[in-house]
Design a protein around this ligand. Structure first.
Ligand SMILES: Cc1ncc(COP(=O)(O)O)c(C=O)c1O
Length: 491
């Protein structure tokens, strides 16, 4: 029996095992995974005392892409794996700032900024929440409720650094860095909750309430809108969720990085739990957002955490021993991004543009037999089920390897599962039959990528013997920081 034939027989539930799949073996033997493949022993690090920890899924897929000849900016490739929005001009948007006059800010701009952030920016962020979400609410957010952080992941790490010996719940699939960020601090226990396609990947306030009650959770961390499934809790449902946490005396941490990428609500609107917070200093509601996605400036590393002032003090203290805070000049520049006019205009432009890209991708996927059963309500991700495709391309890891042959990067679904590398058999992961497609890039790049996906499906359906095998070995000496490497990104 040929190797290829083995794949054809591999089907979930029929005894299929990851050891039958070349893509899965590559995954296990990557330097960032603690391999459990027989005969593969992770070699000691070249630098004494160093042990390389896990990397995010995006780093894995970028490494695999580089092994296949990709380099950042290669015009032949299409990067639908990395979770970043296009940063160039889009129709109707305000041009981005091109300079910052340091003189306007005096010599103080060279000083450390406070670890809670530059006060005028904290005020501008508080104004943003009051203006966009709390017009009808008497109690307003103030600078004391805002902590500026050098990126969303820095915000998550600061929060994690402040958590006690508690239980934290969250639903999966979810943003892969949660596992890494939360896992780096092992004082608390994280408890995943599976969502599924049948229920539209939804988890209701009532289910979360039950989780909190039954499992004694002190915190719930949610990506709302959700990366990677694109589901979102809004309106009255989101209000009920806020009430659950007030009632139970537990904390809701809402990651709202995609709050402008709403594809269903009225054009120009945005979603935030801030709308349902009654008292900013009393309600146990913590929000995270920043310039990374909504403002399309991932490289600025200017983000924020919003919450009761005692939380902000704790976060400031965590910043004092961890990263020391965001760049002072970039915080000054960020003031320009927070004006009411700019936010309004850019959000509208962004929604029109990304709704167009979303519809375009869904239509093209459907035409190649990849009907998306749960289309994204929000975000710029499509959680693509491969279940209807023939083996071996009904596996996310294999599909992604085949896509690399066509010069397309996609993120295998397992990276959004909880703790995939510790699973005995990857094939059993509920996320294994998925890939995440990012429609963050410009339309032209999306089409190039979709052309590649179309080619790979045709090739696989024709029974081509190259499918499922002939994958490039890992390039163990490739460094993430060399000139060809992709920039860091959240996935
Ligand atoms: C849900 C979610 N939260 C937070 C982040 C982190 O953003 P940053 O790139 O600023 O660290 C991302 C981006 O990748 C994300 O998808």
């Amino acid at each position: 029996m040929s190797h290829h034939h083995t794949h054809k027989k591999a089907k979930k539930g029929d005894g299929s095992h990851e050891s039958h799949h070349e893509a899965h073996q590559l995954f296990r033997t990557h330097k960032s995974h603690n391999s459990s493949v027989a005969g593969h022993v992770k070699p000691p690090h070249k630098v004494p005392g160093i042990e390389v920890g896990p990397a995010t899924g995006v780093i894995y897929i970028m490494d695999r892409a580089m092994a296949n000849g990709y380099y950042y900016g290669n015009p032949e490739w299409s990067n639908l794996g990395q979770g970043a929005p296009e940063v160039g001009h889009i129709p109707g948007a305000t041009p981005k700032p091109t300079s910052l006059n340091f003189e306007e800010f005096g010599e103080g701009i060279h000083e450390y900024a406070p670890t809670a952030g530059y006060k005028p920016l904290r005020e501008a962020v508080a104004d943003y929440y009051n203006r966009e979400f709390r017009q009808g609410n008497k109690k307003k957010y103030g600078a004391e409720n805002i902590c500026i952080v050098p990126g969303g992941r820095a915000g998550l790490s600061r929060i994690a650094a402040c958590l006690g010996k508690i239980n934290v719940g969250y639903s999966v699939p979810v943003y892969s860095a949660y596992e890494n960020t939360l896992g780096a601090f092992n004082s608390f226990v994280s408890i995943p909750n599976q969502t599924d396609e049948v229920h539209g990947y939804r988890v209701t306030p009532e289910q979360i309430d039950k989780e909190v009650k039954d499992r004694g959770l002190s915190c719930w961390l949610m990506s709302n809108p959700n990366n990677p499934t694109g589901t979102m809790m809004r309106g009255e449902e989101l209000q009920r969720l806020v009430e659950v946490f007030k009632g139970r005396g537990a904390t809701l941490i809402a990651d709202e990085f995609y709050s402008w990428y709403d594809h269903e609500g009225p054009l120009g609107g945005a979603i935030s739990a801030a709308e349902y917070v009654e008292d900013p200093n009393e309600d146990p509601i913590v929000l995270i957002d920043g310039l990374t996605k909504n403002w399309r400036c991932p490289g600025w590393r200017i983000c924020w955490v919003v919450g009761p002032k005692e939380l902000v003090s704790a976060l400031a203290a965590a910043g004092s021993w961890s990263e020391g805070g965001a760049s002072h000049p970039m915080q000054c520049l960020a003031l320009q991004m927070m004006t009411a006019d700019r936010c309004k205009q850019d959000r509208l432009a962004l929604q029109k543009h990304f709704r167009m890209k979303r519809d375009h991708c869904l239509k093209r996927l459907a035409s190649m037999g990849l009907e998306v059963k749960v289309p994204p309500q929000a975000t710029f991700y499509i959680w693509v089920s491969l279940a209807d495709l023939p083996p071996p391309i009904n596996s996310g890891l294999t599909f992604a390897e085949e896509a690399l042959k066509e010069k397309v990067c996609l993120t295998p679904g397992i990276f959004f599962d909880i703790n995939p590398s510790k699973r005995r058999n990857i094939v059993d992961s509920p996320c294994e039959a998925f890939v995440r497609l990012s429609f963050g890039p410009p339309l032209e790049e999306l089409d190039r990528g979709l052309d590649g996906i179309e080619r790979l499906i045709k090739k696989a359906k024709s029974g081509h013997p190259d499918v499922g095998t002939n994958y490039k070995p890992h390039k163990e000496d490739e460094h993430h920081d060399n000139v060809h490497a992709a920039p860091s990104s959240g996935s």
